[in-house]
Write a protein that binds this ligand. Structure first.
Ligand code: SF4
Length: 275
């Protein structure tokens, strides 16, 4: 980790524009999972960071205290999500436990809580998760291939550790699901790969699996194409065909996933629309 600093936040429970999520808790600014398709890079602009995405983290050390105060003022039962612009269980959480402390503040309340992560570290907090009545933990898994993971999400844990975490949480009756986001053209969209991920999710105990396609956010798109050209030149045509006719691509992908989900008795949902 190159740039690490502690900061104080004024608000930690922040209104979310994401459908279905009333409030977001992001205990950190920045994310060392360093996913190359991450749309949260816009946080650099908001926070004044000039370092590359993935090389800095600001730790909101007073987040639990601020959360406690904000929760007393929150009158309506709400859906609160951890990690809309960072991973609340990125490696630094092991030491600072900001997410853990925030979770503990939520226990006396009756809010619905969700966590979306790429880290098995969430299993450390099973004792707290079990005390929240309405909780769901999602694991993002975009590839099973170690080389693809190292290029596109170099700071993340291997997928087998995430599937194992799903299994452990499921054994404790904590609801889990898998988010395949983004489906990477060429790498994740083949029948074989989709089937593998669906089977592994189902066998680990995930309740459902959701898919999303790449968001062609210009900066992200440029970066991805650069990486594909450098590391996987054989895949560049697939990326281009997605870019040139996203509607057609999405329609085909949706049909493919629906069929595979049906064959494997797994509930599949879609975060993307089709033209
Ligand atoms: S884990 Fe999420 S927030 Fe972190 S870099 Fe990856 S996509 Fe971005």
């Amino acid at each position: 980790m190159k740039y690490l600093k502690t900061i104080e936040c004024r608000s930690i429970l922040n209104k979310s524009g994401i459908p279905g999520i009333d409030y977001a808790i992001n205990p950190y600014i920045g994310c060392t999972h360093k996913c190359q398709y991450c749309y949260a890079v816009f946080m650099k602009r908001f926070s004044g960071h000039t370092e590359p995405w993935g090389d800095f983290v600001d730790i909101k050390t007073n987040a639990p205290v601020v959360l406690e105060r904000q929760l007393t003022r929150l009158k309506r039962r709400s859906h609160i999500n951890f990690g809309t612009v960072c991973d609340a269980y990125q490696p630094i959480e092991r030491k600072y436990k900001i997410t853990r402390e925030c979770l503990s503040k939520l226990i006396p309340y009756n809010h619905s809580v969700s966590i979306l992560t790429k880290s098995p570290l969430v299993t450390r907090d099973i004792d707290l998760l079990r005390r929240i009545d309405d909780i769901e933990v999602g694991f993002t898994i975009t590839t099973l291939d170690p080389k693809v993971r190292k290029v596109f999400e170099p700071g993340t844990s291997p997928p087998r550790q995430r599937f194992r975490a799903i299994k452990i949480l499921s054994q404790y009756k904590i609801h889990t699901w898998v988010f395949v986001a983004p489906v990477l053209p060429y790498f994740t969209d083949s029948e074989y790969m989709i089937t593998q991920i669906i089977k592994k999710a189902r066998n680990a105990g995930a309740r459902y699996i959701m898919f999303d396609t790449l968001n062609p956010y210009p900066k992200v798109w440029k970066n991805l194409k650069r990486l594909v050209k450098k590391h996987f030149p054989e895949a560049i045509e697939h990326f281009r065909s997605f870019q040139n006719d996203a509607d057609h691509y999405c329609n085909r992908l949706r049909r493919k996933i629906t069929d595979i989900g049906f064959q494997n008795m797994m509930s599949c949902k879609f975060a993307f629309g089709c033209g």
